[in-house]
Structure formats: structure tokens, C-alpha cells
Design a protein around this ligand. Structure first.
Ligand code: PRT
Ligand code: MG
Length: 214
């Protein structure tokens, strides 16, 4: 029997994906939040889940170590998407990619005056394209997390980060000044696996697509 492997990250992606998996008849036998296992069995003997870092999901699928995966658009843009088929926006784990600055920083006039802005972000690719498109000169400073801190300690003028409730910005006296794009998670599929294992992958794609419509 052909096996398939689906790469997921724990936290919000897993939580939002579990109902979609269920609609496809797939139920994890362990809870990734409490289990330390990185390979989870499911109620279907030939379907396995692997739990990886959110930003590593496209890499596992690109190289065929997983046949399918679920990753945020933010992660897919930074990865570049090579070797990946992206058939479906799952409309889960939604948020917005925003530019944010400290309260009181006049972003609009800084941009108007052609000032060179220092931008701290984990999303260097997305930020580079965004500011290039506006003709704004920026120095990008790559961080791996807690971007909100950077403007507070003088590392950057602004940040590019994901915002959902806005509470993190507010708690750090930052304000969103520009939306770059809405973000949601997508299903990704290894292109070779789709050809070789279509009989088992296609029904999963169909079930996901039905579940997303509802
Ligand atoms: O946490 P880790 O470093 O392992 O990786 P990760 O942060 O990439 O993974 P995870 O599980 O936190 O996020 C997985 C995916 O969820 C992301 O790739 C996004 O596509 C999506 N998503 C949706 C979010 C958010 N909403 C979100 N709010 N990812 C991160 N955040 C963070 C944001 O970076 C900021 O620090 O939450 C904070 C803001 O939240 P609010 O509610 O205070 O605005
Ligand atoms: Mg996180």
C-alpha cells in the first residue's frame, strides 16, 4: 500500500488543520502539543503526519520527505515555492502582513522625504519586494522573532510582521501603518508525488477543497 506523509507545524496551523484532516477522514492518534513524537500515526495506516517548524514545511515537501504540507503564505513567499504545487488556499491561520512603527513616528513623511528606513523583519523577501515596489530605500535587518522589540531599542525604524489581533503591537506601543498583504495558509504538494501517488493524494485534495468551501 502506498503511504503518504503530511508536514504540519504545531500550534495554530495544526489546530486549524485538524478539522480539515477530519473531513478527509484523517485523525491524528497523538496530540502534537503534548506528545514529543515528530512522526504521528493516524487512524489510516498509510497516512502519517510529521511535525516540523512552520518555516521548514516547504523544505520537507520540496524534497519529497513529505508529500503534502500546510504552510502560511508568509512562509511560502520566503521559501520561494520551488518544486511545490499550491492547489488550495485553506483560508486558515489568517492574519495580515503589516509595516509597523513606534507611536509618534511619522512614517508617511519619512517615506515622502525619501528617508532611508531601517526595517527589522523575519520576512526579508516580502519586505524587499514591498519597499522596492514603492521606491522606498530600506536597510533590511534579518531577525528570527520578537521583531516588535527592534524599534523600541533603536535597532530599526520600523518592522514588517504578521498581525492578527493587534495586541502584540499595542503592548509594545507600536502602530500598524501599512498593510502589505493578507495572509492565510495553503496546501502544498510535492509535484512528483502528485503524479506518482495521485490515487491517494487526489481524494485528500478533493476532501480539503470541499471542507474549505463550507
Ligand atoms: O513560532 P515559530 O518560530 O516556530 O514559527 P512561526 O511563528 O512561523 O510559527 P507559528 O506556528 O507561530 O505560525 C504559523 C503560521 O501561522 C505563520 O506562518 C502564519 O502564516 C500564521 N499566523 C497567523 C501567524 C499569526 N497569525 C500571528 N499572529 N503567525 C504569527 N503570528 C504572530 C506575529 O508574528 C506576532 O508576533 O503573532 C504576533 C501577533 O499577534 P497579535 O494577535 O498580537 O496581533
Ligand atoms: Mg510563532
Amino acid at each position: 500500500m502506498t503511504d503518504i506523509t503530511i508536514a504540519l507545524s504545531k500550534g495554530r496551523i495544526f489546530e486549524d488543520t485538524a478539522p480539515l484532516l477530519k473531513a478527509a477522514g484523517i485523525i491524528a492518534l497523538d496530540d502534537p502539543e503534548s506528545s514529543r513524537k515528530l512522526i504521528l500515526s493516524t487512524n489510516r495506516a498509510n497516512v502519517h503526519l510529521i511535525i516540523v517548524r512552520a518555516s521548514d514545511v516547504p523544505t520537507y515537501v520540496q524534497y519529497g520527505a513529505a508529500d503534502l504540507g500546510i504552510a502560511g503564505k508568509d512562509v511560502l513567499i520566503e521559501h520561494g515555492g520551488s518544486g511545490l504545487y499550491q492547489p488550495l488556499d485553506l483560508n486558515i491561520a489568517r492574519c495580515r502582513m503589516m509595516v509597523a512603527v513606534p507611536e509618534g513616528f511619522d512614517y508617511d513623511s519619512a517615506v515622502r522625504q525619501g528617508a532611508r528606513l531601517r526595517i527589522a523583519t523575519k520576512y526579508v523577501q516580502t519586505a524587499r519586494e514591498h519597499f522596492a515596489g514603492k521606491g522606498v530605500h530600506v536597510d533590511l535587518i534579518k531577525l528570527y522573532g520578537s521583531m516588535e522589540l527592534a524599534p523600541l531599542v533603536g535597532l530599526a525604524d520600523a518592522i514588517v510582521d504578521l498581525v492578527s489581533s493587534g495586541n502584540t503591537l499595542k503592548a509594545n506601543n507600536l502602530v500598524a501603518v501599512e498593510e502589505i498583504m493578507p495572509i492565510s495558509a495553503r496546501l502544498i504538494v510535492n509535484q512528483a508525488a502528485l503524479k506518482l501517488k495521485r490515487d491517494i493524494i487526489q481524494p485528500v485534495l478533493d476532501a480539503f477543497s470541499e471542507a474549505v468551501k463550507q
